[in-house]
Each structure stands twice: as C-alpha cells, then as structure tokens.
Design a protein around this ligand. Structure first.
Ligand code: SF4
Ligand code: SF4
Ligand code: SF4
Length: 577
C-alpha cells in the first residue's frame, strides 16, 4: 500500500493518441492503482487550460506525485516539470509516460494492443512515481573563462565575441598560423575581400583585446573537471614542449575541416593537369595576368562537381553527404577566371547544382559570361584520360541534351572536392566528443540545440560539425558564444540530479563501474579508510550504465532506483483488463 497522492492525466493529443488508444478505457484501468487520487483524460494536456487545471488539482487535492501520459519527454518533459513547480510540487516527482510515439503511432493497426500497452506503461509510471522523492538540481559555480580550440574564421570570431562579453579567452591553434582555410582564399563573394584580408582584420581585433591569450603550435592534451570548471592541459610545441594548465568554465571547439583528397585515378586525379578545387583557387589567386599551369596557358577548363560528395554506399568510407559549399565555390571561381581571362572556355559537369540563396546570382553571372553547364548521371560519371598527344580529354553524357556524348579537350580539369572531417583523434579522445555517421562532430539537436554537445559545457561551431561556408561558420560561432556566455555569466549552472550514487558501505572497490562509465564520471575515493567508488556529480549523465554491473548492488540511480525499477516491472506484468 502507499499513502502517496498522485494525479494522472491521459492525453488525446487531438486524435493523435485517442484515434488508436481508447483513452477512456485506459483511465478506467488505472484510476484505482495504488496512490492514484486523480485520473483524468484531456484533449490537449499541454494546453494552458489543462496545465492550469493540473496546478489547481495539485493544490486542492494535495497531490505529491504527477503522471502525464502523452507524447515523448523530449517534447514536453520540461513543460510538465514547470507545471509541477508552479504548484510547488517538486519537479522530480513528475513522470512522463510516452503513449503517443510508443503506442498510438507505433500500433496504428492494433487499437486493442495499443490500449493495453498504454495501460501497462502508465501503471509502470505510477509505480515509479509512488517511490519518487524530492530532488534538487546540482549547483556548480562557474569560472568566467573559455577555451577556444582552433583559430580559423569561426574560432577567431568566437574569441572576439566572448572577450567582448567580458570573458577571458584562451585561443589555441594547432598550426603555426591562424586563419585556417580562409586565410588562403582569394576574393570572396559577395564583398570581393580576400580571405587573407578578413583574417588580418580579425587578428587585429584579437590584438586589441587584452583578455584573449593566443597560443599557436598548441594542442589540447587532457581535460578533466566538468561544466563550469574544466582543468585543461595544453601542449605548446616550442623548443621546450611546454605544458600549461588552464582552468575554464566552457570549451568551444572550432577545428574546421579538411578538403577531400581524391584517390589516384578518381576522375583522372594524378594525371598532369587534374587539380582539386583548393589547388585551382590557389592558382587563380597567384596569377595576375594570364592563367598558366605548368608553364602552359590555360584556354579550356572542365570542372567536375560532387567529387568526394554524395558517394555511393559501395565506396569504401563513402562520403554520403553533400558538402553544400562546393557548388558555390566552383561557380565563383569560374567568374574569377573569366575576370582574369574573358575568352577562356569553361565547362561545368554537374550531377546536381545548388547555388542556394544569394549565390543564385553567381550561377546566372557565370552562365552569362559563357560557362557551359552539362548534367551527368550519377551512374555514368564523366571520364578523364590523356590522348596520344598528352592532352586531357574529358567525356561526358549530357542528360540535358538527352544523353548526347560530349568530349572536351581540357588544359585543366578541376575536381570540385567537398569537405571532410579534420583528423582530430587526440582531441576527440580528450574531449570525448561524439561523432556523427559522417565523421563530423555531432550536436545534440540540429535545430533546437545546434552548437551544444552531449558533454555539458563543450560546444562546437564552424565546419567541424559539418560542411559550412564562412558566413555560416561565423554564425554558428556566435551561437556558441551566446550559449557559452549564458552559462558563465550567471556564475553557476544547475544540473540534473538524476544521477548515480554509490553506497560506500556496500562498495568493495572492484572498479567494474569505472570501466563501464562512458563519461569517466566515477573516480576512486576513500570512506572510513577504505577505497570506494565516488561519482563526480557534475560529470555523471545518469545514463544508468554502471548500476546493473555492480556486483555488490552498491549503485543506485536517483529517480530510477532498483526498487523503482522492480516496482515498474511488477506493474508491467499485471493483467491489463
Ligand atoms: S502533451 Fe503531447 S501528446 Fe498531449 S496534446 Fe500536447 S503534444 Fe500532444
Ligand atoms: S562496481 Fe560497485 S563495488 Fe565495484 S567499485 Fe563500483 S560501486 Fe564499488
Ligand atoms: S550513470 Fe552513467 S554517467 Fe553516471 S556514473 Fe553511471 S555509467 Fe557513468
């Protein structure tokens, strides 16, 4: 038996749930469960009116537990925790049960089954709630300093943004020079400023700010601590290989990208006159009058698009994604080539072309100036070879002229290569940052939390999280600045209390849990002269990986204790109707 007073609300979600789950029958089945004093259905539980009704019920019925059976907690966990708070109920005595994604949406062909499953899930939610206790968020003081890793356009801009908000910034760069790829770019669209100029401008701004310390030839080698208070070891690759410890509240990772390097033979790569897009841009930037390659004047250029992008899954380490920026970059380069040499012939062999947004104008301009665009089929890509006279010959079947085979003699073939993840093994290891399937750093949510990572206090921006052009990189850098500063400006952070805790009386320090923790949250500690496991509250994510492995049953997860899990299993197993 229980003396708890729990309110249960079952949502129709319009008809999203109730079309496939008989919510009235569900209510009937759970209304007499131990501890339940209020059991209601609602058309939209997240509506203001129902939220208000819940607040009123909590106060009038003196509820000490709340269960909402509705959609995924990803959508509304915090909504209903706020409802609890408004009614002065501890928000960790709230349980969300997902009967939309897990019942109605998944069992559209089985209303009876979906209804029974909803009953079981809600009963388990009630059982868990019966054993909840009030918990308080974990409060951590924050250090108003930030480490920015990578001094390309995104890292430089982030450092300036943070400094202007009053943060001290350590900006570290692996290579000898700052500026990343952009510093080597020539004229950029739409302002025609060179990449070099833009980077010089940013570096001048950095110099004006005393609260930015820049280290080049420097790598991050170790990280400990947690959000608000990280201890970082950096290694400066100077004569003495100096190691320096810095203490920061957050970390912004802006390590950029590498350019795809084609395999030998891929679209003729390796033949004299076949170059990648970055190589061609360098050639353009370095030529004042005529365009010359290997001592010969360039009259015909063929661009081949999507090299190393949107590759077939059969290719080893296939790059399945579109790099987005390369169409724009190639089209822009062709305009620069026309400016240098108006009579040049330029052929663009594309699979699909996307010069989105303001870049559409570039595509038109390139065509008006004389570029010829030919579309190839992904199953029949262009071939590049040398003829008997040693000249490059490109053959393509043009879909736009109904499959006509066209052969072009080229002085230069430009392979329009995309972005690939930069090699960052040491950093990935030190920061424990997860990678997406494409090998770039992964954000928590591409739309709602686009610069946050699963490691609290560590943010990502720029092309280290996926292909971006320079303005998109700067925009994401400023987003990371805002996120980072919003944590540090407050002076403290509040973390979820739903974490592991070790009962030192039971622990025998076998270190099973240490090895199981993916976040390195468990450390060796002391209790009454004995070695025991201790959970770092600020690092633990409450994933639950450690608890079932402990041979002494010494670990419990707050909010999901062993007794709560057992009671949930018992509730699942009860007869439904
Ligand atoms: S709480 Fe979730 S399930 Fe209910 S109406 Fe709102 S969105 Fe739909
Ligand atoms: S697994 Fe259990 S007994 Fe072993 S160290 Fe961890 S808490 Fe202690
Ligand atoms: S709950 Fe997860 S993150 Fe926390 S200590 Fe256990 S394994 Fe590590």
């Amino acid at each position: 038996m229980t003396n708890r007073r729990i309110g249960v609300y079952i949502c129709h979600c319009g008809g999203n749930i109730s079309d496939y789950v008989d919510v009235d029958r569900v209510r009937g089945a759970i209304k007499d469960e131990a501890g339940v004093v209020v059991a209601k259905t609602a058309m939209f539980t997240c509506s203001d009116a129902t939220q208000q009704e819940m607040v009123q019920d909590i106060n009038e019925q003196k509820l000490d537990g709340l269960v909402v059976a509705s959609c995924s907690p990803k959508l509304h966990l915090f909504t209903f925790r706020e409802v609890a708070k408004r009614a002065r109920l501890n928000p960790y005595q709230y349980t969300q049960v997902n009967i939309r994604e897990q019942c109605s949406w998944t069992h559209t062909d089985d209303k009876e089954g979906a209804t029974k499953k909803a009953v079981r899930l809600i009963r388990a939610g009630i059982a868990r709630t019966n054993l909840t206790e009030p918990l308080d968020p974990i409060k951590i003081d924050t250090v108003p300093k930030v480490l920015v890793v990578g001094a390309g356009i995104a890292g430089l801009r982030a450092a300036i943004g943070l400094a202007d908000l009053g943060m001290s910034v350590f900006l570290i760069e692996k290579s000898r020079d700052v500026g990343g790829w952009v510093k080597s770019f020539g004229k950029m669209y739409p302002h025609n400023k060179t990449g070099k100029k833009i980077i010089e401008q940013l570096v001048n701004e950095i110099k004006k700010r005393e609260n930015i310390t820049l280290f080049t030839n420097t790598e991050l080698v170790e990280k400990s601590g947690s959000i608000g208070n990280f201890n970082i070891k950096i290694r400066v690759d100077d004569q003495n290989h100096n190691e320096i410890n810095v203490n920061v509240g957050s970390i912004i990772t802006a390590t950029g990208f590498d350019s795809y390097r084609p395999e030998t033979g891929e679209f003729g790569y390796g033949l004299n006159g076949v170059v990648t897009l970055p190589e061609f841009k360098e050639l353009l930037d370095n030529s004042d009058g005529n365009l010359i390659y290997n001592g010969k004047e360039i009259k015909n250029i063929v661009y081949i698009y999507c090299v190393g992008s949107r590759q077939d899954s059969g290719v080893e380490n296939a790059k399945r994604y579109c790099s987005r920026y390369c169409c724009n970059a190639a089209v822009h380069s062709s305009i620069v080539a026309f400016e240098k040499k108006p009579k040049i012939h330029q052929f663009h062999l594309f699979r699909d072309i996307r010069t989105y947004g303001k870049f559409e104008l570039l595509y038109n301009r390139s065509r008006e100036k004389g570029s010829v665009y030919l579309k190839y089929d992904e199953n029949e890509p262009p071939t590049v070879e040398t003829d008997l006279s040693g000249k490059l010959r490109v053959t393509v079947r043009d879909i736009l002229t109904f499959g006509e085979e066209i052969t072009v003699q080229a002085d230069l073939v430009v392979l329009v290569t995309g972005m690939v993840p930069a090699k960052n093994d040491k950093l990935i290891d030190a920061l424990k940052l997860p990678l997406g399937r494409d090998g770039f750093f992964n954000e928590i949510h591409p739309k709602l939390r686009p610069v946050e990572t699963v490691v609290d206090g560590v943010f990502i921006c720029g092309a280290c999280q996926g292909p971006k052009n320079s303005s998109e990189s700067v925009a994401s850098a400023l987003a990371a600045v805002t996120q980072s500063a919003s944590i540090l400006k407050k002076g403290y952070v509040e973390l979820e209390p739903l974490i592991a805790s070790v009962n030192p009386e039971l622990c025998s320090w076998c270190d099973e849990c240490v090895n199981s923790c993916p976040y390195s949250a468990i450390e060796r500690g002391q209790y009454q002269g004995q070695e025991v496991a201790v959970v770092n509250k600020a690092v633990c994510k409450g994933c639950g990986g450690c608890a079932p492995l402990c041979p002494k049953d010494a670990i419990n997860l707050k909010g999901y204790t062993d007794s709560q899990i057992r009671s949930m299993i018992d509730a699942f197993l009860k007869e439904t109707f």
